[in-house]
Ligand binder design. Structure first.
Ligand code: NDP
Length: 242
């Protein structure tokens, strides 16, 4: 039976590239998505065309029943879960002074509650020797104006990581977060001018925008044999954007 990986938010962006990389690494992969079925099916088709094994499962990570279904359907399809990557996330920007509580609640629900729910199911179902990988952001260190809800959600994610690692003592399951810097996806690019994109891309000493492949390489390391001794860490993959 092939090892299996669930990747949330894998219809687009970083998650899609992570799914393709883990499929190449030999995992049967579950492409989770929120609403974009066409993109998710396209990702499945790309993986199958490269002789990989993939299925798509719709689930809102903020919804406890959806998350339970995601794990139940994965076990039904593949019989086991070895790696869980909670990559799904949103980044609406709003200044704290505006007091936009809808934006705050939606961001916390998707990014923090979603991570909590996926971690919880992962802790219940993941096989011995498994890996749980969640997503923070290197923007935490920058405290940019308008990033309040997003930074609050990701700070919460970073808090959960070592707690779950401690709760899983003795199970040989690792829990880590990857915290990318600016990466060329819809989440980063949408709503920014070319000048803003150029300026943010130059902030890292490596002076370029991260690509989804840069982040997929790091997830592949944490999910694979060479990552076995890394536990309870926040791995900042950002070209030095710190
Ligand atoms: P994208 O906006 O490109 O893709 C987001 C993905 O998440 C889509 O597949 C989307 O599905 C899915 N998604 C959104 N909401 C939900 C939900 N409620 N339930 C399930 N899936 C959902 O984002 P990125 O690839 O850029 O971001 C991936 C992760 O990396 C996020 O956690 C983000 O915070 C983090 N990150 C990104 C950075 C960047 O610069 N890009 C920098 C630092 C961190 P659908 O297609 O169905 O809408």
């Amino acid at each position: 039976m092939a090892k299996t990986a669930i990747i949330t938010g894998a219809s687009r962006g970083i998650g899609r590239t992570v799914a393709k990389r883990l499929a190449k690494d030999g995992f049967a992969v579950v492409i989770n998505y929120a609403g974009n079925a066409a993109a998710a099916e396209e990702a499945v088709a790309e993986i199958r065309a490269a002789d990989g094994d993939a299925i798509a499962i719709k689930a809102d990570v903020a919804n406890p029943d959806d998350v339970k279904q995601l794990f139940a359907k994965t076990i039904e399809a593949f019989g086991r879960i070895d790696v869980v990557v909670n990559n799904a996330g949103i980044m609406p920007l709003s200044p704290i002074s505006k007091g936009d509580v809808e934006t705050f609640d939606k961001t916390i629900a998707t990014n923090l509650r979603g991570t909590f729910l996926v971690m919880s199911q992962a802790a219940q179902h993941i096989a011995e020797g498994g890996r749980i990988i969640v997503f923070s952001s290197s923007v935490l260190a920058k405290s940019f104006p308008t990033y309040g809800p997003y930074i609050a959600s990701k700070a919460g994610v970073e808090g959960l990581v070592p707690v779950l690692a401690n709760e899983l003592r003795g199970s040989n399951i690792t829990v880590n977060a990857v915290a990318p810097g600016p990466t060329g996806t819809d989440l980063f690019l949408n709503g920014k001018s070319p000048e803003q994109i150029a300026q943010l891309s130059k902030l890292a000493p490596l002076e370029r925008l991260g690509q989804p492949e840069d982040i997929a390489n790091v997830v592949s390391f944490l999910a694979g044999p060479d990552g076995a001794w890394v536990n309870a860490q926040i791995l900042r993959a950002n070209g030095g954007f710190a």
